[in-house]
Write a protein that binds this ligand. Structure first.
Ligand code: UDP
Length: 330
């Protein structure tokens, strides 16, 4: 089966490509390399550099390759930036998906697995969060992902394009061999920032608020290992083929860790001091986000293997300590 991975040169996309190839899929990577890295593109994947918003480019790829399914990671994903530049998010995320769906319809591609997000829920009423919870995003990023989910729904109704939307919680860690990993410029995510501090690349880590209604006052998040998360994408493709039915699933570990706990885990793993200071709250941060992933486990048969947060930190550390400048380390 030939799968097109949109955003296959990015952090999560490159891990998904690696796992799809290990499972015997043929993979076509489409990436504009704005945030992705050429070095992250798997040597066995056929790589097309271009933008998913460029319909002529997309048509040329889909006419060359017999694509049977799409896994869609191509999106801007920074909550804070999206509040300042909402149109960037509607253009890249929503319009990019529009073109993708138009081309899928034209070339009769029926399956799409899509990266959605916990940010579609906004401030949750109940923890753990079920897929049936209200979706009231607090940022244009979350809103754009919810709009994309709705586009998929209506394209199923009208054209029979079947989709699985996977709502990610906090994705972290790296491939166990650590040949690929997380490399964003600028970096905004907690785990890489903690590890850059451990490497001495940052003087300290700023904890965004310690006055939340949580046991230690810092925000609690649900960290899921990137390899487990990507396994769920392969299961989602298998689900689409077997059931020809659209669905939505949360992907998390169902366990919450505070920012302070994550810094402590990193201190144990790296054996570095990792100075921290308390800063202001970051706009749009809910106090607690923890998923119920029961549905993915029951329906997709998802069995996450690297649920220990120490393993997540160890694999991330293996990548960061061997690639202190990310893909520019060589
Ligand atoms: N965070 C922090 N300092 C940082 C980066 C993140 O305290 O330098 C906190 C952030 O406020 C949130 C948690 O770490 O509570 C996870 O943030 P991240 O940006 O990694 O993921 P998000 O929860 O926004 O998807």
């Amino acid at each position: 089966m030939i799968i097109a991975v949109l955003g296959g040169a990015g952090y999560i996309g490159s891990h998904a490509v690696d796992q799809l190839i290990k499972k015997g899929y043929e993979v076509v990577v489409i990436d504009n390399l704005l945030t992705g890295h050429k070095e992250a593109v798997h040597e066995k994947a056929r790589f097309y550099e271009g933008d998913i918003r460029d319909k002529v480019f997309m048509q040329s790829v889909f006419s060359k390759e017999k694509i049977e399914g799409v896994v869609h990671f191509s999106a801007s994903s920074l909550v804070g930036e999206s509040v300042e530049q909402p149109l960037k998010y509607f253009n890249n995320n929503v319009y990019g998906t529009q073109i993708t769906l138009e081309v899928m319809k034209e070339f009769d591609v029926k399956y799409i697995v899509f990266s959605s997000t916990a940010a579609t829920y906004g401030e949750p009423e109940d923890i753990p969060i079920l897929e049936t919870a209200k979706t009231l995003p607090k940022s244009p990023y979350g809103e754009s992902k919810l709009m994309m989910e709705k586009m998929l729904y209506w394209c199923d109704v009208a054209y029979g394009i079947k989709s699985v939307a996977l709502r990610y919680f906090n994705v972290a860690g790296a491939q166990l061999e650590a040949k690929i990993g997380e490399d964003h410029t600028p970096e905004s995510h907690l785990v890489p920032i903690i590890l850059q501090t451990a490497l001495g690349q940052r003087k300290e880590i700023t904890v965004f608020g310690d006055d939340y209604d949580t046991p230690d006052g810092t925000c609690i998040r649900d960290y899921v290992h990137v390899v487990d998360l990507c396994d769920a994408h392969i299961l989602a493709l298998e689900y689409l083929k077997a059931h020809n039915q659209s669905n939505v699933f949360n992907l998390g570990s169902s366990e919450g860790f505070s920012v302070k706990e994550m810094i402590d885990v990193a201190r144990q793993v790296t054996e570095k001091e990792i100075p921290e200071k308390i800063g202001e709250r970051r706009a749009g941060d809910p106090a607690v986000l923890v998923a119920s992933s029961e549905k993915a486990q029951k329906v997709l048969g998802w069995q996450p293997q690297h649920t220990n947060v120490k393993t997540i930190m160890e694999t991330a550390w293996k990548w960061h300590s061997t690639h202190p400048k990310g893909y520019d380390s060589k």
